[in-house]
Design a protein around this ligand. Structure first.
Ligand SMILES: NC(=O)c1ccc[n+]([C@@H]2O[C@H](COP(=O)([O-])OP(=O)(O)OC[C@H]3O[C@@H](n4cnc5c(N)ncnc54)[C@H](O)[C@@H]3O)[C@@H](O)[C@H]2O)c1
Ligand SMILES: N[C@@H](CCC=O)C(=O)O
Length: 529
């Protein structure tokens, strides 16, 4: 059950007493900005000949920090340090590692508002989205500790097949893992992957994305503050390319945990399978093209709210975002008009402001993706129901601010129905039968999240039986396809959207970071020969 008062992604009513603390944190966090940061390898501060700047998407005039451009050598040094630290960390009692992760979660909770304020500056999140993300991270760490405890550290006594044989199954860590995180949930998803590896006794080389490195740096410090020893966690900043080339080929890499685009994740999986001498695990959480179905029996007001929140929360930059809707033709125009009104009412602007619901896009590449998609839709007969514009002037001219956009009347096979764009563009098509809607929803290589709005329970049952996505929702007003929470909705993609079939924040996630060892100890009977 969700504790009352906590801000989650799907909170419809929250205890609004947090605003003062958050606003104070917005001011306090500025003291961290503009500094030069090192990487951390084996507990040592490490610099690089080249550096890069991290700037705020709210206004790129705000310099958040200067970071080393780590290269292949740093990746290799990180892996060496993580291997050196592995024996000590993996041999510790699993309860000791739980204590470290719980302490990290506590430190994170103490910094809830500062981390949320940082997410606003670094990723452009509104206060509700930012607080929900930090809350998710804290809950995720605690949830994994509980799962590890409930499973007795994955140590299971087994039966004795012969006199004197004591047998047990022990799930053991692999070694040094590389953790690579995306820009859109730089705290929660990075913290989740790092915890999956560390809690189970592996060590980590963590490379945050260059779009949000300051969150990554803060996360590294929190784990060290929690008690993770030097070398058991290492931080390498910089571009993905050289880092990726070095780690997939390194003989001492035990596994990779990656959250990001399908293109990069698939490349990592293929490379490691080709280059390494034997199988090494890749825990990959990738992109998607998430559908929501609205049937003729749906409560349209609920559907509009759920779809608007899922399509335009964090400006559509969620792997779980609804990016296509299939609506029954009999209710299509009613749904579209209400959705247009809802989208047009969203306050767009500086996410530090309380009333803003829709902040900036992450960078200029996102602007180009947005503009190209709108042009293409109009060229191909699409109808612009809402939005479509890039905003100009004042703050709008400094960051990338666009309007939440809804497009109808495109052919079902159009690129905008099939490719993940990761910008706030929602494509809406119609259907006549639920069978057709399911066929359209499933006609994709992706398989992360999907939703339905229907008041007929038979339609919901039909949907759950046939939808080929890992995280599915019915009638979710707080977010048609978004807002999974640790311990409630294990979050894992099917097909091209994920590699393991075990959801993040679910009871089986930790198993991706361990392998089974069958231990047999033979004890001679006392007084034997
Ligand atoms: N399934 C999920 O749980 C989930 C969650 C969040 C985001 N995502 C997906 O992530 C994407 C958005 O995030 P993004 O734009 O940061 O993704 P991205 O793939 O561009 O980058 C992710 C990370 O990979 C690194 N990288 C880039 N090239 C690399 C290479 N050749 N080798 C190794 N690392 C490399 C980047 O530096 C970054 O740290 C979307 O596709 C979204 O759907 C998925
Ligand atoms: N927990 C979040 C994760 C989104 C990833 O991009 C959600 O379910 O919306």
């Amino acid at each position: 059950m969700q504790e009352s008062g906590k801000v989650t992604y799907v909170s419809l009513e929250t205890d609004e007493s947090f605003h003062g603390d958050y606003e104070a944190a917005l001011i306090e966090i500025e003291q961290e900005f503009g500094k030069r940061h090192p990487m951390y390898i084996g507990g040592r501060e490490v610099t690089a000949p080249r550096e890069f700047e991290a700037r705020s998407p709210i206004d790129p005039g705000i310099l958040l920090g200067i970071f080393p451009e780590g290269g292949e050598d740093h990746a290799r040094e990180g892996i060496a340090a993580a291997n050196e630290a592995f024996l000590d960390w993996s041999r510790r009692d699993w309860r000791e590692r739980i204590a470290v992760v719980r302490k990290t979660a506590g430190a994170m909770e103490d910094r809830l508002f500062l981390l949320a304020a940082l997410l606003t500056y670094e990723a452009g999140k509104t206060r509700y989205e930012a607080l929900a993300e930090v809350g998710e991270a804290v809950d995720m760490l605690r949830y994994y500790c509980r799962v590890y405890e409930q499973n007795n550290g994955y140590v299971f006594p087994m039966r004795s097949p012969a006199p004197g044989e004591e047998c047990r199954s022990v799930m053991r860590p692999y070694g040094a893992w590389v953790v690579i995180s995306p820009f859109n949930f730089p705290v929660a998803l990075a913290a989740g992957m790092i915890t999956g590896a560390l809690l189970t006794g592996n060590t980590v080389v963590f490379k945050p994305t260059s779009k949000t490195p300051l969150s990554g740096m803060n996360l590294y410090r929190l784990f060290v503050e929690g008690g993770v020893p030097p070398g058991a966690i290492n931080l390498v900043t910089g571009p993905g390319g050289p880092f990726g080339e070095a780690v997939v080929a390194h003989p001492d890499v035990a596994g990779i945990a990656f959250t990001g685009s399908k293109a990069v994740g698939t490349w990592l999986q293929r490379q490691i399978a080709t280059v390494q001498p034997y199988h090494k695990p890749v825990v990959a959480e990738l992109g998607s093209k998430n559908p929501t179905i609205v049937t003729a029996s749906a409560d349209i007001a609920k559907a509009v709210e759920g779809v608007a929140r899922a399509a335009f929360g964090f400006a559509g930059q969620k792997c779980s975002a609804t990016s296509r809707v299939y609506v029954h033709s009999s209710v299509a125009e009613r749904f579209l008009q209400a959705l247009r009104d809802r989208a047009d009412r969203m306050e767009i602007g500086d996410p530090r402001r309380r009333e803003v619901a829709f902040g900036p896009l992450i960078d200029d590449d996102a602007r180009l993706t947005f503009q190209k998609a709108v042009e293409e839709a109009l060229r191909d007969g699409g109808r612009l129901v809402a939005g479509g514009e890039v905003l100009e002037g004042g703050l709008y001219g400094r960051g990338v601010y666009v309007r939440p956009t809804v497009i109808a009347d495109l052919a079902h096979g159009h690129r905008l129905f099939t490719e993940e764009l990761f910008v706030p563009i929602l494509t809406v098509g119609t259907f006549e039968t639920l069978e057709e809607a399911l066929a359209l929803a499933n006609a994709t290589d992706y398989g992360l999240t999907a939703g339905i709005f229907a008041q007929d329970p038979a339609e919901i049952g039909y949907f759950f039986d046939r939808i080929r996505f890992g995280v599915v929702y019915a009638n979710r007003r707080g977010g048609a396809t978004t807002g999974a929470w640790p311990g409630a909705q294990p979050f894992g993609g099917w097909k091209a959207s994920g590699s393991t079939g075990r959801g993040v924040g679910g009871p089986h996630y930790l198993l991706s970071f361990v392998r089974e060892q069958a231990q047999t100890r033979v004890t001679e009977p006392a007084g034997g020969e």
